[in-house]
Ligand binder design. Sequence first.
Ligand code: EPU
Length: 419
Amino acid sequence: MARLLVEGGLRLNGKVEVSGSKNSLLPIIAAAAMATEGESHIENVAPYTDVLDLCQILRELGATVEWEGETSLRIEASRLNGWVAPYVLARRLRGSSYLLGLLLARMGKAEVAIPGGCEIGSRPIDYHMRGLGMLGAVTRVERGAVLAETDGLRGATIYVDRASVGTTVNLMLAGSTADGVTVLDNAAREPEIVDLANFLNGMGAHVRGAGTSLVRIEGVRSLAGTRHEAIPDRIEAGTYLLSAVTGRGKVRVEKMIPEHLRAFLLKLEEAGAKVGEGTDWVEVEAEAGLMGIDIQTQPYPGFPTDLHPLFVGVLTLAPGVSVVEETIFDNRFGYAGELIRMGANIKIERSTAIVRGTDKLTGAPLEITDLRGGAALILAAMAAEGTSELDGINFLERGYYQLEARLNSLGASIRRSGD
Ligand code: EPU
């Protein structure tokens, strides 16, 4: 199995670009298969393994999904004819839950494995099932999969529990061609939801209010292919910006949207980093490191849960006590034990990490068990004395593309061994 060897203690400086947002691409690729005519061209696509897996599922359901060059996908789904998603592929990624909305809309029935994904909590899909039920689907769980069926989806007004991102996506897909109007109250407001709405509207849908808590979808008869460029990945951008802290240097991230990271950037400034920005770039300078701060994760526009592990990683070296509360997922601290192996002082109490800053971390053999926790370990290893060996790098490939190469271009030393 391949592993990463990370040499710590190197100073980072330079510029880096980010790829398209994984969490935008997954719903958009599923939405592209809603088209009964024409083809979609989706740009700014990176070959994250989650994206590759979803594309493969769509192929097995009868769609044509092809790469056009390195960063663009062509999707043609007029002949989509399957309704059973291949179990092993579907259970690998959370984004496969979007197949429920898609297949109910296109085929009137769906069988999709209960999605797995990263080990960050129990992550049920009861909100998705309840919402789809209100649109006229009958759902049940059998042999590890959700079976759903409808004699025709009908618009309804639905309260989205906990402003769930995935539920909002599924109901936007299902509502787009449902009979009548669907209103999502307490909808997720993430930028990825807005991106999906723009894509669906390009296909001929009538989605209004995306980015607010109230999304209104007027069902249309059918959707057609369109062209779209996915938004930049805000979590990848945040990852490189935090590398300026572990690398005690200055890092500029280009081709990003600063507004999508506002809460994170304000927290970085509060912790003592110098933050500069233009329309599509942000620069962080943190030669002196950070000071301890308190953070609570929240749905957008609050501080993103996906950046909590990375922030905890850098706060392990920040003087003072930091209190980081995770409010979205029930078990997102898997990485903390590995940071403790490196000499970090972290106590987990229920949903909160209490971090007492230490003077130094030391390299260690480390095990990655989830995507963002893995990135947190890489950043910590870059700040540690000596070399760290990281196993479980398949988790990183779910949502980062060329992570080592990009960090190395800033001055890090990360090598792959044992491929
Ligand atoms: N939840 C339920 N039942 C449901 C749906 C959600 O109990 O039916 C719970 C979840 O377990 C969680 C909370 O509600 O405690 C919110 O979950 P949400 O549905 O918003 O999250 P998600 O759609 O499963 C997406 C991203 C995550 C990101 C979250 C929050 C994708 C594929 N995943 O997950 O991304 O953390 O929104 O912003 O878009 C990542 O990229 O590393 C990642 C984990």
